[in-house]
Design a protein around this ligand. Sequence first.
Ligand SMILES: NC(=O)c1ccc[n+]([C@@H]2O[C@H](COP(=O)([O-])OP(=O)(O)OC[C@H]3O[C@@H](n4cnc5c(N)ncnc54)[C@H](O)[C@@H]3O)[C@@H](O)[C@H]2O)c1
Length: 362
Amino acid sequence: MTKVRIGVVGVGHLGKEHARILSQMEGVDLVGVADPSRGQAEAVALRCNTLAFGNHKDLIGKVDAAVVAAPTILHHEVATELLKGGVSLLVEKPLAKDLDQCRELNQLALDRNLLLQVGHIERFNPAYEELVKTGLSPRYIVCKRTSSFPGRSLDVGVVLDLMIHDLDLVLDLLKDTPTRVEAFGAAIMGGFEDMAQVRIHFARGAIVDLMASRVHPDPCRSMDIWGPEGYAGVDFAKRTLKLWQQGTIFRQGFEANKLDGPAMGQFRAELFTRHLENQIITCEPCDQLTRELEDFRDGLMGKKTVRVTGEHGVRAVELASLILKSIDQHPWTATPFGPSGPRDLPTSKGQLFATTQKEAAA
Ligand SMILES: NC(=O)c1ccc[n+]([C@@H]2O[C@H](COP(=O)([O-])OP(=O)(O)OC[C@H]3O[C@@H](n4cnc5c(N)ncnc54)[C@H](O)[C@@H]3O)[C@@H](O)[C@H]2O)c1
């Protein structure tokens, strides 16, 4: 079998994992890794038994495809040069930092008949795959994604860094157009928004609430979905899917207010054991990054269409742009010239309690 020749561009926190997996993957020849941090490129190349390059352009002509895992603000520049050099790409999420850049990249790939995949890795989470299989038709979705401060990806805010995962999933589930977005966010570490709270209305009536924070003591990645068939709860970290549905009694024109005292007592006692049925699906542990890269390899070999295309990457950033616009415009004091946006919060009136830091006593 002919192997696909792949390079990895940007071998920091995530790129080094791409390189490690590709170096061991059947059907792949990891030609090299490129990173302007020469020491990092050489260390990863040594571990992966491949070549180190200081510039992504050095890969052009040597590879069929590349993974771009450089900082988000560089995706457009790096990906443009590689696509123009005839290299198919898996670009880490988000596809690029703004909508114009995303559209340009997608068009460039289409014009040159090159594969463009985007690294929305939660699509390969087995709990999400189980959810899709249920056929639940979502009417209301609540997404929560929190992490402790990563100290990375500070070239963008939490919407493009974390919430983008959920935006892609919601668009995949609903296959519908957003009609209204209400959002606010706050910058805690300076720079961009570190937390965001969002409500999106969709054309066919579904409503989605999303919350993301990257300065949070309790990491969480969850999605709750309600539809006419029942409720589903996905825990992306534990890879579990909880399902609840109404039992037979509800399908027979049941009305709780018609029950007399003893019947109501019995009904309440049996509600969660009999009348509301539930199931928990615990998925086998698997490596999502490997599955995403296998999808990329198979797409390059022409075996299948990749799950997350450039078009999906564009749509996720399109929705993120509407959210960021709403966050920027949020007036904290409902006055036209008052504080607005993620950085310009109302002036603090003091502290909640006496500081516990040692310097305060000094
Ligand atoms: N899919 C996911 O769940 C997920 C998780 C983490 C990060 N990411 C994405 O991956 C990308 C990288 O994130 P990270 O956390 O690995 O960042 P990182 O800072 O750890 O690594 C980035 C690497 O890119 C290198 N670099 C800088 N300029 C470059 C250039 N011009 N060409 C090539 N390499 C360059 C840096 O030297 C560094 O080694 C970001 O877009 C981020 O959003 C995705």
